[in-house]
Design a protein around this ligand. Sequence first.
Ligand code: IPD
Ligand code: CA
Length: 266
Amino acid sequence: MIAAPNQEEIALRLVVARGLIAQAGELAARCFADIASLTVTSKGPQDMASEADVQVETLIRDGLKAAFPTDAFFGEETGAAALDGAAVVWVVDPIDGTQPFLSGLSSWCISIACVVGGTIELGLVLSPPTHDLFVARRGFGSTLNGRPIQPHPGRTLGDGITSLGYSARVPGPVIVAVLDRLLAGGGMFYRNGSGTLSLCHVACGRLLGYVEPHINSWDCLAAILIITEAGGRTNDFLTGDALLKGNRIVAGPAAVYDALAALLEP
Ligand code: IPD
Ligand code: CA
């Protein structure tokens, strides 16, 4: 078993991850400027990947491997590497919001989380189209482009906009019922096609809340730390086999958390 990193070693990982997400952002932005030239493959209904997703993930994975050879890696496109016995797992989504990206819309981002012994220690999310960089380190707060952020001050569903995450992994009627409950509770819905970016919008108060019946760990781990370090609340996502199989997600200000969680209850 490899020893867990101390705080100094976690701080070093943040420096390296910042450098890599900036490089990854430049690569992804170049691909976005020339979408028509990308080879696109279908992974399932409404679930695409392009060579941009793979290239960006490879850049991040190789950079982390070079800096921290004993750390494990789990990415949306290339899967898991060296998970057994690893003290540190990097969880990466190279382009979250692939459908918006391939459609020429700006709601996509890059997400990097660093997990140590089941605890999220670092979360970084970069939106290349808007140059928004969200960063959180456990115990040190969350920032957007270097400035501290807070969630929405609302106290009820009626006080702001709630994003409903949805993928074809979930039967359609499930999300229709969630929408019904949101409207009955005085809320308003939103979906931009990137769970990660929407969760970051919750962290900085642009959105009131976010709920999704099933989301993968690479889509939300970095953003979960960004929300909780900003003072917001999420469910305990990393229970059971959620790292590998995903889980539901509920996120928002503490005052509205119970109302948001109830949206996912039949
Ligand atoms: C998806 C998006 C979507 C969310 C799904 C994800 P992708 O990731 O984040 O908003 O609802 O759960 O799978 O396919 O754009 O990387
Ligand atoms: Ca994703």
